[in-house]
Design a protein around this ligand. Structure first.
Ligand code: G6P
Length: 610
């Protein structure tokens, strides 16, 4: 969703801002803009569409400055127009960029109108600009004016502000949305995401909830929510530049699909080094937290939710603990049953999905202290609010449609399952060794699944002209069918539904005819024969089936039934391997339809609003 970058330096910061915004493009946005302090002027350029268009406009208008802020906007309040794009300016004096949503913007707007302020956009952000200006006019300096203004705001925000009255300062504030300060040499930065400034510096300070910052070229002062100066730790980011570059690939999604053997191997590296499941994999004090767990409650959104649904099958079967999985946006508004002995597991690639964060806060407010975050972004908000953390090591995921984050989440969740099982006394030494060995073989099995790509390309050509598709799975492969349908609809815009195959006759069978492709995830497991009977129901109605199975399944092919086999049967880890072909199918179907694979319409990578 929205992204922020700001810079103060003794060189032209416009290229830094534009480069930063390009690196934030992956989050999803529909307009972009920058504002700079140039001598006595606040200059601004904004465009709907891509950052590249805004960059051209800035070049034509000869933008150069040593202080500036930039923004990519994903419309919430007000349509996708240049007037609504950030930065917003008050009285030609100060400019603001903002991520998040101000809930009391209407009251503040009325109050400011009464003070003579005129609003030109429909955004809540313009309220912030005028409010800071209002306090500045009363005699406060820029920092104090911003600190006073944010105390009057309700909602979530990360903001960065520049003013021509104080050209040596870049000020920023954070509440509910991520924001960090980047420390350079004689120059400093602010950004909502470290990838925006990684070319300039890797030394960063993550602002805490309620923090404000006063950033000059030579200094950074941080204040906590009460306005007291505070020291925050400096982190050195290990985001790799290579993970932010496309390399030889056509799309980030394609690159990220192909990175999965490495991502899976990295995610289990510590486990492989130890050669056993230990609570310490989840943090220093994890033994204490996990020992007497009575059940598991998983909370997540989107693809991460499907990772949770998969894990439920493992957790109940292997650890014997009851497990429920709920969409975070539902959980947070329900009067939930709370057992403080249950482990709350949030799963989030970005670590900043607002609904997941709020669900976690809600669980804590209901007495849950045992909290674990499975997350791909170090130091992001959700792991910081959790007692335990397991970082997936997928590396930066840029494509909006999640791929390598999903498979690494599954690996983390399987590791959690086995650790809980061991603590419950349900995992004997031989079984533990067998699971460790299965995980050790997993990157190779994932690579074998990737090698199926040419066959999947051939299938995708048949999919491209379709309007609808049905995905079926059973047991632990049902969530993989859900994920396959989600991938297909997200990036190819083909309407897709997923059902547990046994449910077919209770409704979706009515949809089956020659025009409806039916994708079946059917590896050789205890439910294979059941799936085969379900498939007969489709066949009898003229449906065309595309079956992903494995080497051991003895699936018959016919004119109506097409089969692709993953070369190895990997037992309990089979859903991880079967996630690969459905990702590839969605990718190639989207390619054939010519959609914007990495930035599908209307979707954002990190959903930081409700
Ligand atoms: C958005 C993304 C999805 C992602 C979901 C949850 O919808 O487009 O790919 O699965 O958010 O995101 P999270 O970062 O919490 O895993």
């Amino acid at each position: 969703m929205c992204g922020i970058v700001g810079a103060i330096a003794d060189r032209d910061v416009v290229p830094v801002l534009i480069d930063g915004l390009k690196r934030l493009e992956y989050r999803g946005y529909d307009s972009a803009g920058i504002a700079v302090i140039d001598g006595d002027d606040v200059r601004r350029v904004r465009r709907t569409g891509r950052v590249a268009e805004m960059e051209n406009a800035a070049a034509q208008e000869n933008f150069h400055a040593r202080l500036g802020i930039g923004h990519t906007r994903w419309a919430t309040h007000g349509g996708v127009t240049e007037t609504n794009a950030h930065p917003h300016i008050s009285f030609g004096e100060l400019a603001v960029v903002h991520n998040g949503i101000i809930e009391n913007h209407e009251q503040q707007r009325d109050r400011l109108r009464a003070e003579g302020y005129v609003f030109e956009s429909q955004t809540d952000t313009e309220v912030i600009a005028h409010l800071i200006h209002f306090h500045q006019k009363r005699g406060l300096d820029l920092l104090a004016a911003m600190q006073t203004a944010v105390r009057e705001l309700e909602g979530a925000y990360a903001i960065a502000v520049v003013s021509k009255r104080e050209p040596g300062h870049l000020v920023a504030a954070r509440m509910g949305c991520p924001l960090l300060v980047g420390l350079g040499d004689g120059e400093n930065f602010v950004a909502s995401d470290v990838s925006a400034i990684v070319q300039a510096t890797r030394r960063v300070i993550f602002l805490d909830e309620g923090d404000t910052a006063d950033v000059t070229r030579e200094s950074v002062r941080i204040f906590d929510a009460s306005g007291t100066p505070i020291e925050r730790e400096v982190h050195v980011s290990d985001v790799s530049l290579a993970s932010l570059e496309l390399g030889p690939y056509r799309h980030f999604m394609q690159k990220e699909i192909h990175e999965q053997p490495r991502a899976v191997a990295d995610t289990i590296e510590a486990l492989m080094d130890d050669g056993k499941f230990t609570a310490e994999l989840f943090g220093k004090d994890a033994g204490e937290v996990l020992r007497d767990v009575e059940g598991v409650q998983i909370l997540a959104c989107g693809t991460s939710y499907y990772a949770g649904l998969t894990a439920r099958y493992w957790i109940e079967a292997i650890s014997g603990l009851p497990c429920t999985v709920e969409i975070a946006s539902e959980y947070r508004y329900r009067d939930v049953y709370a057992n403080p002995k249950n482990l709350i597991v949030t799963i989030s690639q970005s670590g900043e999905t607002l609904d997941t964060m709020e669900a976690l806060k809600y669980a804590k407010s209901r007495g849950h202290e045992k909290t674990l975050s499975i997350c791909n972004v170090p130091e992001s908000a959700i792991p910081r609010a959790s007692k335990l953390v397991y970082y997936t090591r997928a590396g930066a995921e840029i494509g909006v449609a999640s791929t390598k984050a999903f498979t690494t989440q599954l690996v983390a969740l399987f590791t959690l399952t086995c650790t809980l099982a061991k603590l419950q006394g349900r995992l004997d030494g031989a079984q533990e060794l067998a699971y460790i060995e299965a995980l050790r073989q997993l990157p190779g099995s994932v690579q074998h699944a990737l090698n199926l790509e040419p066959q999947i390309v051939a299938w995708s050509e048949r999919f491209a002209p379709k309007q609808h598709a049905l995905f079926l799975g059973r047991g632990v492969h049902y969530p993989i069918a859900l994920e396959g349908a989600l991938k297909l609809k997200e990036i190819s815009y083909i309407h897709a539904e997923a059902y547990p195959a046994g449910e077919l006759k209770h409704g979706p069978l009515a949809l089956v005819d020659e025009a409806m492709p039916v994708v079946v995830i059917a590896p050789n497991d205890a439910l294979l024969e059941k799936v085969k009977s379900n498939i007969q129901e489709v066949r009898a109605r003229g449906g065309e089936m595309f079956v992903f199975t494995d080497a051991d399944s003895r699936f018959g092919e016919s004119e109506q039934v097409h089969v692709i086999r993953t070369p190895r049967h990997v037992g309990v880890l089979s859903p991880i391997v079967h996630a690969i072909p459905v990702q590839l199918l969605a990718y190639h179907a989207a390619l054939a339809r010519g959609t914007d694979v990495d930035k599908p319409r209307n979707l954002a990578k990190s959903v930081t609003v409700e």
